[in-house]
Design a protein. Sequence first.
Length: 195
Amino acid sequence: MRTAEINRTTAETNVCLRLELDGTGLSQIATGCGFLDHMLTLFARHGRFDLSVQCKGDTYVDDHHTVEDVGICLGDAFAQALGDKRGVTRYGSMLLPMDEALILTSVDLSGRGLLCFGLQIPAQKVGTFDTELAEEFFIALARRGDMTVHIRQLAGNNSHHIIEGAFKSLARSLREAVSVDPRFPREIPSTKGVL
């Protein structure tokens, strides 16, 4: 089974995360940041990943450390669950409409952590959530997951819809990228022989 359990404790957060790549979309999320909980719940559902996240963070300061550290742990979990990436499809992309927002994401499980971020989020906050933290989450996920991630906004003016569209689109892209290619289940999808 392609699963991972990550525990990360710092002076700012304590994160316990469990990921199953070949799940059904079940989730148990409690980060102390309501908007992040919502995003991770729909990320799990649309990626069909089983995901459990518990975080105790210094949200009395703000949500930054919690959002970033959960992104770090989720990236670590993808890296751990994928192992040497033998048999994976490797690439995934999705053009996803979320009401007026239209978000394109593409993923390469390249072994090179990189985020190319192209969202124009008009509001500084969605509820109490600082919208600039969306980029911080995706940076942490891409770097620690050793994946190249492109996120582009093609349309949209509602900040909630733009961010939600990005999480859903990325989930669908990752779902495709991590899927096992039935024709080449033992092959590492690289001419280098390693990812």
